[in-house]
Design a protein around this ligand. Structure first.
Ligand SMILES: *Cc1c(COP(=O)(O)O)cnc(C)c1O
Length: 353
């Protein structure tokens, strides 16, 4: 794929070293953009100065939500800037695309586009420990039309945002609200796709959890409200009786790349991993017996997020006295070590930009 590059004439002032970056508020100098037109396919791949879009108020994405997104990071290592398993994002993007009737993007073009735009804004990859350049590829339906149908034109864009360390003072356990009123997704719906609609559906429960003093929502299955699915933007793992258990991919759970990596790391260390249904009742029972050893979430943003407190109806389970589990800490150290190049990358997960 040929990518035209138009560099900005007015580079922005970059955040100063040590300045808090937060998440998703600062954007780099450039963005990637490519058009799709039915009959012509994907065309006009280009990197341009970061800018606002001009769209018709009738643009289809505003009305029926035909869009998808991805999320990955670039890390600065001693020997350059690296991505973590971008081929997995490219593959997952097309799984979302198929579900949303959005034209697929060849995997190699997706990865090439990510690498190219990160390369142009390489100086924006922050250097402080724990920081990274968050990469947000996304596609929107671009036709100006109010009929309910797949759009005939699309825009694929990639924007970049330097982001701060998720944990400023080391891993910190979070409190999680098990949601028993609202559901996120059901089998046959869009749960396995990374698309805005799933997030729109989740906001109400997130608000509720926040107002009760919990930072995230843990979703239950949409049919029986009995089995555990995943957290807002993370998959979930439990260590019970020395075994690692995570809900199996069932069509309503997002197949996380961090999830996949954690399973591979555990298996590599000889830890038993079970991908299966797990109910809230099983958790409550394990907690009573004292065999619920660790709970943690996995996702690109936090990598590993230890869970210290789980609330379900009138039960509040405190896990490990809200301290960080040994396995959670070890997985966090290993994954971030591989991502930054401090540890050997025996799985071949790092990709140079
Ligand atoms: C992105 C996402 C995850 C985590 O996926 P990673 O590839 O590990 O970042 C989990 N759940 C949902 C709903 C997500 O959107």
């Amino acid at each position: 794929m040929e990518i035209k590059i138009e560099k900005t004439k007015n580079p922005k002032v970059k955040p100063k070293k040590g300045e808090p970056l937060g998440f998703g508020r600062i954007f780099t100098d450039h963005m990637f953009i490519m058009n799709y037109t039915t009959g012509k396919g994907w065309h006009d791949a280009r990197i341009v100065p970061f800018q606002n879009l001009e769209l018709s108020p009738a643009c289809m994405v505003f009305h029926y939500g035909q869009e998808m997104f991805e999320g990955l990071k670039a890390y600065r290592g001693k020997d350059g800037v690296f991505l973590f398993r971008p081929d997995m994002n490219a593959k997952r993007a097309n799984i979302s695309n198929r579900r949303l009737v959005i034209p697929e993007i060849p995997q190699e073009d997706f990865v090439q586009a990510v690498k190219a735009v990160v390369k142009v804004d390489e100086d924006w990859v922050p250097t402080e420990p724990g920081t990274s350049l968050y990469i947000r590829p996304f596609i929107i339906a671009a036709d100006s039309f109010l009929g309910v149908a797949p759009s005939k034109t699309y825009l694929f864009m990639i924007i970049l945002s330097p982001s701060g360390a998720y944990y400023e003072d080391g891993l910190a356990p979070v409190g999680i609200w098990i949601e028993d009123e609202y559901v996120r997704a059901v089998k046959g719906g869009m749960g396995y796709a990374k698309t805005g609609g799933n997030y729109a559906a989740s906001l109400i429960a997130q608000d509720k959890a926040h107002s009760e003093g919990f930072s995230q929502v843990l979703w239950l299955d949409g049919v029986e409200r009995k089995y555990i699915e995943e957290v807002g933007a993370m998959n979930i793992f439990f260590k019970i009786n020395n075994k690692v258990i995570t809900p199996m991919l069932n069509g309503s759970i997002l197949p996380g790349i961090t999830r996949d990596s954690v399973i591979a790391l555990c298996k590599d260390r000889g830890i038993t991993v079970e991908e299966r249904k797990i109910s809230v009742d099983e958790l409550l029972a394990a907690q009573k017996e004292g065999t619920l050893e660790e709970v943690f979430g996995t996702g690109t943003a936090a990598v590993i997020s230890p869970v210290g407190k789980l609330r379900f109806a009138d039960d509040v389970m405190t896990i490990k006295n809200s301290s960080i589990g040994e396995l959670s800490q070890r997985l966090y150290d290993t994954l971030t070590g591989i991502q930054t190049g401090a540890l050997e990358d025996k799985f071949g997960w790092r990709v140079r930009v």
